[in-house]
Design a protein around this ligand. Structure first.
Ligand code: SF4
Length: 704
């Protein structure tokens, strides 16, 4: 079978759910089995991936555009989008409009959206729901390495002797990668240590579980840095030759105290802390995996750097079986980072702050009005919509009315927005209900392009079904609006291969001033080569077609002096503490069989069967304290809103903390959306919201 199969045959494509990026075989006649040739999963798929074939029907599809709730044709709908954006820009300036995009978009979609907003409209106001997922990792990478670089690859999970999972329930959220870890344990005795406030499925399968108090990760890793120094495990040669800031970082770490102090801060048994520190100190091949439990915090960037500091101090980075490894949540969070889909990025890892970068991008795009500075991040963007500063907003492939923190305020902002465009593939989301223009977008199986997974591997998503109704790829709709805004030449793409080549050419070394992110070797790829593109890890430098599994192993970093930075960080509490009126800390996250706001996975009965409702996990002591009962309904109340959950009493939950899944929306049940309750406080460096720490009260519902 070739990548581009005969009509009706299975087509090699990529799963559209988590950032693992598994290869699957798509086709109307197959049940999306894993692609045995894909180097991520070698044929395996998880429950969600195996059910992809059951999500392909047209029953729950948006098939035609609508303006003000009335069906129209695509040309008229796009005319309306372009004319309202143009009027708004003329009247109120380029910063009065914004795009809010998604890690579900393909890289080609993302590239075109970023180019239109930053290069031709002239505003930095494009941000992505990946802001909610991994922007603290991006910021931490930049502070430590000088560029947003993931040094590891999945083979490192196979080759590690110790894997530390921090704020990552990989067993549920990245199941195929967790299988690789468990296989490594069976094959070479790899130990798995899980650090998480909840005793998750990953914790249950770990060799050691540290059930730390939420928000104390910096203390844990500062304590580890101090322990490594005391124990003589610092790689003095690497630190001297390849890093800066070690003394300052260690001084800060000492201030969080000795092992006993750390045990007290983290509320973990001293023996367990010592066992973790001893295992890390004595094992050369250590991979530290971290995910949303680290990122979704008002101190997320500091947590990331506290972890990276320990790898830099020991020189355990960029070599087989070792390194700090951020797992991305969404299928193309990484692709969005590559093109500049975050409001503070320019393009191709270039920076607004650098005048040379701005000049390079301006010349490359022949951009008439390149944005001069960063735009609004996700939380700021919806605040600006609510305050009337943003008057035209285009939401692409995401549902912020449900998924943003302080979602009640986001809904109010969307209701008040003078002009809201929503492009999506489903007909009813909490966001779409407020749209002035609804645009039918191509869905998985219909759209064509690339995605990049957590290990920097670019894989093709290939179409294997025709576009239904009037649905169109996102890049096409954005380009058509650009054409109507007077930029026909710059957006005259014949298809995704044209866009990919342009993106690759922009990333080439000479165009980016020598950034590590470089896929210039793919800039001259022919249409047939793009169609047949095999999964490949960036960088792919000019003159090459092969990729690069690991980065930074040579001890050189893309900073001005070539050294990595250890960043001094101190333990700090979450932004909002519990109080008399909000006595428990609400944590939110994923369940095993659902994806985001369930627009696809919610359609599959067997995926709904494991967890049919939003289940509120409560410890036995808290259940007794607050009078909630197993199987009963409970209301969660915070300063920002209320939501309902079905109570499950479990000793997997720490007392004083409750957990509610993020997936349910008002489309399933009234007041089911966790976003209504969540705290909008953000990390000051990354702008990532604190979705793991919301002070709240719980009570039986209805009140007795
Ligand atoms: Fe899809 Fe992630 Fe499951 Fe792989 S692990 S099949 S990418 S949901």
């Amino acid at each position: 079978m070739t990548a581009h199969a005969a009509p009706g045959d299975p087509v090699r494509t990529t799963c559209p759910y988590c950032g693992t990026g598994c290869g699957v075989l798509g086709g109307p006649a197959v049940a999306t089995p894993g692609d045995t040739d894909h180097p991520t999963n070698f044929g395996r798929v998880c429950a969600k991936g195996s059910a992809l074939g059951e999500t392909l029907g047209l029953e729950n599809r948006l098939l035609h555009p609508a303006v003000d709730g009335v069906r129209t044709d695509m040309a008229r709908a796009l005319d309306r989008v372009a004319s309202r954006f143009a009027e708004t820009i003329v009247e109120h300036g380029p910063d009065s409009v914004a795009f809010y995009v998604s890690g579900q978009l393909l890289t080609e979609d993302y590239y075109v959206a970023n180019k239109l907003m930053k290069g031709f409209i002239g505003s930095g106001n494009i941000d992505t729901n990946s802001r909610l997922c991994m922007s603290s990792s991006v910021a931490g990478h930049k502070r430590a390495f000088g560029e947003d670089l993931v040094p590891c690859c999945y083979e490192d999970l196979d080759e590690a002797d110790l894997i530390v999972l921090v704020g990552s329930n990989a067993a549920w959220c990245h199941p195929i990668l967790f299988r690789r870890m468990v296989d490594a344990r069976a094959r070479r005795g790899t130990r798995i240590i899980c650090v998480d406030p909840r005793r998750t499925a990953s914790a249950a399968d770990a060799d050691l579980f540290l059930g730390l108090k939420p928000g104390t990760d910096v203390a844990l890793f500062n304590g580890l840095l101090a322990f490594l120094a005391r124990d003589g495990k610092v790689d003095e040669g690497f630190v001297a030759a390849s890093t800066a800031g070690f003394s300052e970082a260690l001084d800060a770490a000492w201030k969080d105290g000795d092992v006993a102090s750390v045990a007290a801060i983290c509320d973990v048994a001293l023996d367990d802390i010592e066992a973790f520190y001893r295992a890390f100190a004595d094992t050369e091949r250590v991979v530290t995996v971290y995910s949303q439990g680290v990122n979704q915090s008002s101190r997320g960037t500091d947590k990331v750097n506290a972890i990276i500091n320990c790898h830099l101090a020991t020189g355990r980075i960029g070599r087989a079986g070792m390194g700090p490894f951020s797992f991305t949540g969404q299928p193309n969070a990484m692709g969005g980072r590559e093109v500049g889909g975050l409001a503070n990025q320019l393009a191709a890892h270039m920076a607004f702050e650098n005048p040379d970068d701005r000049d390079r991008v301006r010349r490359f795009w022949n951009a008439p009005r390149l944005a001069t500075g960063k735009g609004l991040n996700a939380v700021e963007m919806f605040e600006a919509v609510g305050a009337g500063r943003i008057k035209a907003l285009w939401v692409m492939g995401t549902n912020p009315a449900a998924s943003m923190p302080d979602a009640n305020r986001v809904r109010a902002a969307l209701r008040a927005c003078p002009f809201l465009v929503v492009s999506d593939c489903v007909p009813d989301t909490d966001t779409l209900r407020h749209a002035h223009v609804a645009l039918p977008a191509a869905a998985w199986g219909e759209k064509d392009g690339t995605v990049t997974n957590s290990e920097r591997r670019i894989s093709r998503q290939r179409a294997f079904m025709p576009l239904p109704g009037e649905a169109k790829p996102d890049w096409w709709m954005i380009s058509e609006v650009a054409r109507r805004l007077g930029h026909a030449e710059a957006f005259a793409y014949r298809g995704p291969a044209d866009i990919f080549r342009e993106h690759a050419a922009l990333s080439a070394f000479e165009n980016t001033g020598g950034r590590v992110f470089d896929i210039g070797g793919l800039a001259d790829i022919a249409d047939a080569g793009y169609e047949a593109l095999r999964p490949v890890q960036w960088p792919v430098v000019s003159g090459a077609r092969h990729g690069t599994p690991r980065l930074l192993g040579d001890g050189r970093f893309p900073t001005a002096d070539g050294r990595a930075r250890l960043v001094p960080v101190r333990q700090q509490a979450p932004a909002n503490p519990v109080s008399h009126d909000q006595p428990v800390m609400l944590n939110t996250g994923r369940v095993r069989d659902q994806w985001h706001t369930m627009t696809r996975t919610g359609e599959v009965p067997r995926l709904m069967s494991a967890t049919a409702e939003p289940v509120l996990d409560v410890s036995p002591a808290d259940a007794a304290m607050f009078g909630v009962t197993e199987g009963g309904l409970a209301e969660v109340r915070s300063l920002w809103g209320r939501a309902l959950g079905r109570v499950r009493i479990t000793d997997q939950q720490r007392t004083g903390e409750v957990f509610l899944p993020m997936h349910w929306t008002d489309a399933f049940a009234s007041r089911a959306s966790a976003g209504r309750v969540c705290n909008p406080a953000c990390d000051p460096v990354s702008g990532q919201p604190e979705l793991k720490h919301t002070p709240a009260a719980i009570a039986p519902f209805p009140m007795r």
